[in-house]
Design a binder for this molecule. Structure first.
Ligand code: NI
Length: 135
């Protein structure tokens, strides 16, 4: 089985605030991240498949790039993530952002013969989350 990863980036703002917690609990959990602030987000999408001997690949990386760009990277660019329909009803942590991105792109990737295996979302060079479908 081969795995193909495409990297994307977008710059966006967000704030961490949970309506399920009171003000003190929010401050305790999120600290300064309760304030609106920005990140240069890193997004990596990994798909897997079996190589077609005719083409030598299992999917066209340009299809992967176009789908994720249209559904995620472009709509998120220079936006306040908390206001986007994609992230309604969740706290915009890296974990939840990865989950919503997964939900947003999986259908179109599957339709093009790609099996989604990992969505990586990074806020900084130090912090990133990997969401995997098999766990
Ligand atoms: Ni943040």
């Amino acid at each position: 089985m081969h795995y193909l990863t495409r990297r994307f980036s977008f710059s966006a703002s967000h704030r961490l605030h949970s309506t399920a917690m009171d003000s003190a609990a929010n401050t305790c959990a999120y600290g300064l991240c309760e304030n609106i602030h920005g990140h240069n987000y890193r997004l990596e999408v990994t798909v897997k498949g079996t190589v077609d001997p005719k083409t030598g690949f299992f999917c066209n990386v340009m299809d992967l790039a176009a789908i994720v760009k249209r559904l995620v990277a472009d709509p998120c660019e220079h936006q306040y993530l908390n206001d986007l329909p994609m992230f309604q009803g969740c706290v915009t942590t890296m974990e939840n952002i990865a989950g919503r991105i997964w939900r947003t792109i999986e259908g179109e990737l599957t339709a093009k013969g790609m099996t989604l295996v990992e969505v990586l979302v990074g806020e900084t060079d130090e912090n990133w989350v990997r969401l995997r479908g098999d766990e």
